[in-house]
Write a new protein. Structure first.
Length: 142
């Protein structure tokens, strides 16, 4: 990120600027109950969250398979290429609502620079089309 760049905060502006990008690879969500297992997998994780039941990790599928980890769904990652404010309101809701209309599950991870939407692999192309359409509609309304 460039120095001096400010996060986008307005709902319509965040949506109009989101530019979804489908990342390479397939990802899985794994729950790690044992600290030793979690430490080994943490180095490979795309994302992690400490839950009461243990560590939740987002891993490349190939790494999870190599480590013998279990998971339920294969996901694709869509990165919303807008530097959205952590206190901005509406981007996550708009994206989730748009995908829900087509019955596409959306697992959204908000990070410092961007939001990332994980969708089942079989729905990735349709999700990209829907998010591009949502962005275009927001741009038209500006």
């Amino acid at each position: 990120m460039e120095s001096g760049t400010r996060p986008v905060k307005g709902t319509r502006k965040m949506i109009a600027s989101m530019t979804p990008i489908l990342q390479e690879g397939v990802f899985v969500f794994c729950s790690m109950l044992h600290n030793d297992d979690a430490k080994a997998a943490m180095r490979l994780a795309r994302g992690a969250f400490a839950e009461d039941e243990g560590m939740s990790l987002i891993l490349p599928k190939a790494d999870a398979d190599r480590l013998g980890l279990t998971y339920s769904s294969e996901m694709r990652q869509i990165t919303l290429m807008v530097y959205s404010s952590l206190t901005g309101v509406g981007l996550t809701a708009a994206v989730a609502t748009e995908l829900a209309r087509e019955k596409i599950p959306a697992n959204v991870v908000a990070a410092t620079q961007h939001d990332h939407v994980f969708v089942p692999s079989k729905h990735a192309d349709r999700a990209m089309d829907l998010l591009r359409d949502l962005q275009a509609r927001a741009r038209d309304d500006e």
